[in-house]
Unconditional design. Structure first.
Lengths: 737, 288
């Protein structure tokens, strides 16, 4: 039997749903597009479809009715959630049962009550609460996964890469919760279909759109508002989804006669059309920008000065899902991504414009062959053309004297890959294997790079509840981020490998123990990993990257290693759900030309990390969410001394600071409690409304981000560690109809 | 409604508390001897000695013009020797923190070994530096570019072939009313102005003629100039590159902090013995 599991109310495909035959003890899960295939070697059998938050649906499958079955499942009524222990299968349970490890899958429904700055759920901030994931600076969207760097994460939105995942210098992510269906984070044991980054793949899927009826969801917060509308274009055949979000603090300031010329917005749109049972088309697009436009004339008439920047992503995916036959599923995708920034300035008749851009045009083909319940094959390929236009400068007037116009050197890179993956399980064996091989390559400026990327995962069934898992992945990366290492600037730029800058590679070994407590639907996992990374990129000490066309001369390549232990206890549903995560980790770097050639700790090498994320349904109207996080301090290079040297004119002195060795000091540990209280103010058959009252950093504790020297009470000086964000209250209203 | 919004904004701003910074104790900083040096051709070799200090010092740094603090840092009681193939030379003290030798200099390729014994702190620092070959100017002259209404400088010299070379080319100015510049008064008569400084490597131009023609934007025909060309070691070149790169506000804000390279054991700074080629010009003659 084969088919696509869908939501009965909306017609949306359900990913990772369980399809299980109790009688035969065999089952499968739906793939990334909701499709499954299950071989039943009987004339008739009962099969149950399960998914978190849905009523389990059991069929009697016979040879006569197998082609007429309806695989849609209905959502569990909310009233039951509070009082029953459901028997539905959770995404984490499916991961437990598969060879996949080092992976966390989170449906968007699971995070909507998790507290966050501004009262709006943020998928990236939730990812930062998982074991093995370090955040960068406080409040930022930087992801440092298993000791990797921030540019080693491939973030995909409906298969299109998203280069800039943060708004407002990284304090908000670009993902609007109303437009997202679910997300899967791979930290290791990478499936062969993924490649191009060393440390993680974050696969985010957008809502398909409701095929049955019109539906609207949105929210009004202190910083932004959002709205999502979805509905059928042709009932049961096609649907659309449009979602938008915009900050409006600029408009409020303008309204009250003040001035703050900054805002950001996001627009998501998706169309899908089901031609017949075997062919389904999807078109997805995302557009988002940060916009600053400061015109001095707004505050002072006839002022000659203005300044602005824009920074944004545009992605588009056209996808065709095709069921070639009962055993062969195919996906074809055309992908376009654009990321660019523009900085403009004008003073009198003099003007300046600096811009950079990257455009990707990609094609991707994936096949899934369900041979039988012992063998499953996945194979396919991709090719993506990256077009880089770095540092285009246009100056007029006197600006030309110190900054010449420059068209920037355009650069094209073709990155490609083919892969094959075989999942094998013998009926009588306790072992299950997933072997894969990927061959990837990149061509730039007539220089070719390439190599094989073996992937291996194995599961050993200890007993009905527990498994041991092992994996190895080799990853190659053909792009890197040109950025200073301390702050995220809008001018951060992606750049490809060149004849002298070699691709980064990593070898990652992981092993783990996975235990599923069926009674409480709770998943417990303990994993260890070791990752060795080669050809990591850093910049020469004091490198100037702004408007520098010669990045290569400023780049250094070296190696790194990271290792650690991660523990996760996760309960996906029930009146009380959430997770507790703990990470013990180390991450070091080895660069001959940095830190005097001595090894040094990575900036976000934090020894201990604990996160406690809890949701509690107090009653049918009240819901409480809380997050408590503890982290060892990140690394810092503080100034400890000062000395004088003759200056360049040899008749005066320069004062020169003395610092510790690179990242030698671990700042103080930080901990923080965030809460969110939800009151469902109105709930009818047609309308749902809920108020969110939240607090970030409830007990106002500083999370150190640097070390400074300040005068002390005794007339001397002392070191202090300031934090960025203290107690921040929030209130938001979300609605759905 | 406006009032409500205003109140809401203010309320949020007020309630978004800045958290109290956390105190932290770091390992106590141990002051070190700081070395600088300069060879004045056919005149003397000068070694400057100061001490570094902790940023937590109660006599902490008060700003760029903190000359009182600088005077406290000068090494006033020390034995300073330079050993070379010509023997061991004990430097005499010119003034607090300034030690000099007027003995004959090594030939190119010879190595100087500096030893500093700081009697007050009981510390010893050492450093070694090789005297590199003096590279003369082929031509060097200032001129007035009438079209641009600008005083310009033309410099030409020939790179030493098959040897990795690093050069520092600099131009200093002083108003002739303040006494002008010559080799005897370079450190006297008030401050010189640095008009041009370029660090040059022969990485891609080995053995070729190196030509520079540049404008001196803040120089007038009432000034005198000194043009200096030094063939320096790779280490000292790295030291100067570090200083140049970290010397702008953007680098201070955006880059990782860096410690300047040093060739001093148990100390900081740089002991170098480059032998510069110098040319002096009185620009009042350009009016003639």
């Amino acid at each position: 039997m084969s088919g696509t599991v869908t939501d009965a109310q909306s017609g949306e495909a359900i990913l990772f749903a369980s399809v299980f035959c109790q009688e035969l003890g065999i089952g499968t899960v739906t793939n990334d597009y909701g499709y499954f295939n299950l071989e039943l070697p009987l004339d008739s059998a009962y099969v149950t479809i399960n998914y978190l938050g849905y009523k389990p649906k059991t069929f009697l499958v016979t040879t006569d009715n197998v082609s007429d079955l309806d695989f849609s499942i209905e959502k569990e009524p909310n009233e039951l959630e509070a009082v029953t222990i459901k028997i539905d299968r959770t995404p984490q349970e499916e991961i437990h049962n598969s060879t996949q490890m080092s992976t966390v899958k989170i449906p968007i429904e699971d995070i909507k009550y998790i507290p966050s700055i501004g009262g709006e759920s943020d998928v990236i901030k939730v990812i930062q609460l998982l074991p093995g994931v370090q955040k960068g600076g406080e409040g930022g969207t930087g992801l440092y996964i298993r000791g990797g760097d921030v540019d080693q994460n491939l973030v995909l939105l409906d298969e299109a890469p998203v280069y800039n995942i943060g708004h407002l210098f990284g304090f908000f992510s670009v993902f609007n919760q109303d437009a997202i269906k679910d997300m899967t984070l791979y930290k290791g044991a990478f499936p062969s279909k993924y490649g191009g980054r060393l440390s993680s793949i974050l696969d985010i899927r957008m809502n398909d759109g409701n095929m049955q009826k019109f539906h609207c969801r949105g929210g009004v917060g202190l910083l932004s508002s959002r709205l999502m509308v979805e509905g059928p274009i042709w009932k049961d055949k096609g649907s659309f989804m449009v979602a938008g979000r915009r900050t409006y603090i600029d408009q409020i300031f303008k309204w009250v006669g003040s001035f703050l010329p900054y805002y950001f917005y996001d627009l998501n749109a998706k169309l899908n059309y089901k031609i017949n049972d075997k062919n389904h088309f999807y078109i997805t697009s995302y557009s988002g920008d940060d916009l600053l436009s400061f015109d001095q004339r707004d505050v002072e008439e006839e002022s000659p000065f203005n300044f602005g920047f824009s920074l944004g992503n545009l992605t588009a995916t056209a996808r065709w899902n095709r069921i070639v036959n009962e055993r062969l599923f195919a996906n074809y995708s055309f992908i376009y991504t654009n990321f660019d920034y523009n900085i403009t300035g004008r003073f009198d008749e003099n003007s300046l414009r600096i811009s950079s851009a990257i455009n990707d045009y990609g094609l991707k083909v994936d096949y899934e062959l369900f041979k039988n319940h012992n063998h499953m094959f996945k194979y396919g390929g991709m090719a993506i053309f990256h077009q880089f236009r770095p540092n285009i400068v246009n100056t007029q007037g006197e600006f030309t004297e110190f900054l010449e116009s420059d068209k920037g050197e355009p650069l094209g890179t073709l990155e490609s890959g083919v892969y094959f993956q075989h999942t094998y399980k013998k009926d009588s064996s306790k072992w299950e294997f997933r072997n894969g091989l990927r061959f990837s390559g990149a061509n730039v400026k007539n220089k070719n790079y390439g190599g094989i990327e073996p992937r291996f995962s194995a599961k050993f069934v200890v007993d009905s509840n527990s498994n041991l898992k092992f994996s190895y992945s080799l990853m190659r990366q053909y792009m890197h981020l040109v950025s200073s290492s301390t702050v995220a600037l809008p001018t951060d730029l992606w750049y490809p490998v060149t004849s002298t800058v070699k691709p980064q590679t990593s070898h990652q070994f992981a092993s783990g123990y996975s235990y599923f407590i069926n009674r409480f639907k709770t998943h417990v996992s303990l994993e260890t990993y070791y990752k060795y990374m080669s050809n990591l990129t850093e910049y020469r000490e004091g490198a100037n990257l702004l408007l520098n066309d010669d990045f290569e001369s400023e780049l250094l390549q070296g190696n790194g290693e990271s290792y650690g232990v991660e523990a996760l206890i996760k309960r996906d549903h029930g009146r009380w759900n959430g997770w507790i995560g703990y990470t013990l980790s180390w991450s070091r770097r080895f660069f001959e030309e940095l830190n005097g050639g001595d090894p040094y700790w990575a900036k976000y090498d934090r020894r201990h990390n604990v996160s406690v994320v809890q949701n509690f349904k107090i009653s049918s109207n009240w819901h409480f969410g809380a997050v408590w996080v503890y982290s060892s301090g990140s690394r810092f290079t503080p100034q400890t001394g000062l000395y004088a040297m003759p200056n360049a004119s040899l008749t005066g002195i320069d004062w020169i600071p003395v610092y510790t060795k690179r990242n030698a000091v671990s700042m103080s540990p930080s901990h923080r409690l965030d809460i969110n209280l939800v009151w469902k103010s109105k709930e009818t058959r047609r309308f749902k409304g809920e108020w969110h009252f939240g607090a970030y950093n409830l007990y106002n504790r500083a999370t150190p981000w640097r070390i400074e020297v300040v005068p002390d009470e005794n007339g001397g000086f002392k070191y202090i560690q300031p934090g960025l964000f203290g107690f921040i209250p929030s209130v938001a209203y979300n609605f759905e109809f | 409604m406006k009032v409500v919004c205003s109140i809401l904004c203010i309320l949020v701003s007020l309630m978004a508390c800045q958290p109290e910074p956390l105190d932290v104790k770091l390992e106590e900083y141990e002051p070190e001897i700081v070395v600088s040096s300069q060879v004045v051709p056919d005149y003397l070799m000068v070694v400057g000695l100061t001490r570094s200090f902790t940023v937590l010092s109660s006599a902490g740094f008060q700003g760029e013009g903190d000359t009182a603090l600088f005077e406290q840092l000068l090494v006033d009681s020390a034995l300073v020797t330079i050993e070379s193939s010509l023997g061991v030379d004990t430097l005499f003290q010119l003034s607090p923190g300034l030690f000099a030798s007027v003995n004959e200099l090594e030939d190119p390729g010879g190595t100087y070994h500096l030893t500093v014994k700081d009697y007050d702190e009981g510390k010893t620092a050492t450093a070694s530096s090789t005297m590199l070959k003096n590279i003369p100017f082929d031509t060097v002259y200032p001129y007035i570019n009438e079209e641009e209404e600008l005083i310009k400088m033309n410099v030409e010299f020939t790179d030493e072939k098959d040897v990795p070379n690093f050069y520092v080319l600099s131009v200093y100015s002083r108003n002739t009313n303040n006494g002008g510049i010559d080799v005897n008064t370079f450190f006297e008569n008030g401050s010189n102005n640095i008009e041009y400084l370029e660090l040059i490597t022969d990485k891609e131009i080995d053995g070729e003629k190196i030509v520079r023609d540049f404008g001196l934007f803040d120089v007038s025909t009432k000034d005198s100039l000194m043009v200096s060309l030094s063939n320096i070691s790779e280490g000292y070149y790295s030291f100067l590159v570090s200083r140049e790169r970290s010397g702008n506000i953007l680098a201070e804000v955006t880059n990782e902090p860096i410690n300047y390279p040093s060739n001093v054991e148990n100390g900081l700074g740089y002991f170098n013995t480059h032998y510069p080629s110098l040319q002096f010009f009185d620009l009042t003659s350009l009016n003639e």
